[in-house]
Design a binder for this molecule. Sequence first.
Ligand code: AMP
Ligand code: GLY
Length: 421
Amino acid sequence: MNIAVIGSGGREHSICFKLKQSKQTNKIFCIPGNAGTSAIAENINIDVLNFKSISEFLRNNNIKIVFVGPEVPLVKGIKDYLEKKGFFVFGPSKAASRLEKSKSFTKQLCKKYKIPTAQYKSFNSMKGVNEYIKKMNTPIVIKADGLASGKGVSICISKTEALKKCKEINLGKFKSSKKFVIEEFLSGEEASYFILSDGKNYKFFGTAQDHKRIGEGDTGPNTGGMGAYSPSSIITKKVEEKIKQQIIEPTLKGLKKLGCPFVGVLYAGLIIKNNQPKLIEYNIRLGDPECQVLMMRLKTDLLKIILACKKKQINKIVINWSNKKAMTIVASSKGYPNKQSKISEIKSTQKILLNNNQYLFHASTFKKNNRIFSSGGRVLNATALSKNLKSARDTCVKMLKKINWKDKYFRKDIGWRAINS
Ligand code: AMP
Ligand code: GLY
């Protein structure tokens, strides 16, 4: 069977890596892919938002199954478009994607179904903002309502800063929306909980913890994620029951009632304190870099899972996970997330041994004349599976140290909370 994977990050490289292990997989096409995916799939240079060209390509290459990695094509309706043409898209519809597209949509759903989350208020303009902020405790969380590639959230220490952030969004800092949400700050530890749903039933699809800040010790500005590990050490059985009953199940029920059942992977970003999970946000896709560690631990054939989803029979399959621990460390280009990075050559990647216990996933890389280049941002993900997190981390660090790339930056403390406890 031929499959198309949409996207070009480390997440999509790890999806290709996993799909490649399936006996049912014939050929994998990655649209548009990166230097890493080109080694295991065929890269196809089509814009992920050019649904018409994607559809023609799928038809001409006998591809029936499409795995969508990033949120933007989903939010713009790639599933609705391609499914009308007869393809199966593993991912949610445009209507169900509102869970990630709009913070106020999700907050309304939380209110209706009493899903535990931070207190909040949505605003369209600056009217009433000052009064609302005055009543709050600090820190205060300000969020742009629409998609902002992980840059739409500010944790403000003072009320003055909070007011400034609201003004910036309202003046059009983010193209996606001028609306914003003012939210109570939740303290606790963050974890990611994944499920997959076929629209009828759902199954647990792993846990992970991400490190969003650029600096060691979780300091500095937020990024898309600088490293992750799986499983999460704070999601105990007791906490998991609460996540399912208080958060996941009412959400899936609510979407069904709205006429847009969820198909694909739902990622709940949570803050956990005193064994009580609270929802910070939903993503309608696998996380990046969380996906890389999940794919390392997943033992069940990924294509089989996708096909079960297509038939609305995920309740009939068992999804198995390795008991080992997985970690991924992101190497970004120096200066990320602030400075625009330049193109630079990455050498010695061939020195790294690749197998099912250690793998170098590529994100922002491309090949030219058989040489590999970084195009900036988050660039490589050294990923390892091991008996414990410390040895997984040692492997990842060793892998990255072997790489000869002048712009290389990575954190050496991923998993510090779990490793030190
Ligand atoms: P989001 O884009 O909603 O995931 O937010 C990005 C990051 O901001 C999260 O991963 C958290 O670290 C932080 N964050 C968001 N909302 C809150 C909140 N209400 N309280 C504390 N931290 C938050
Ligand atoms: N690593 C966070 C995300 O994918 O949203």
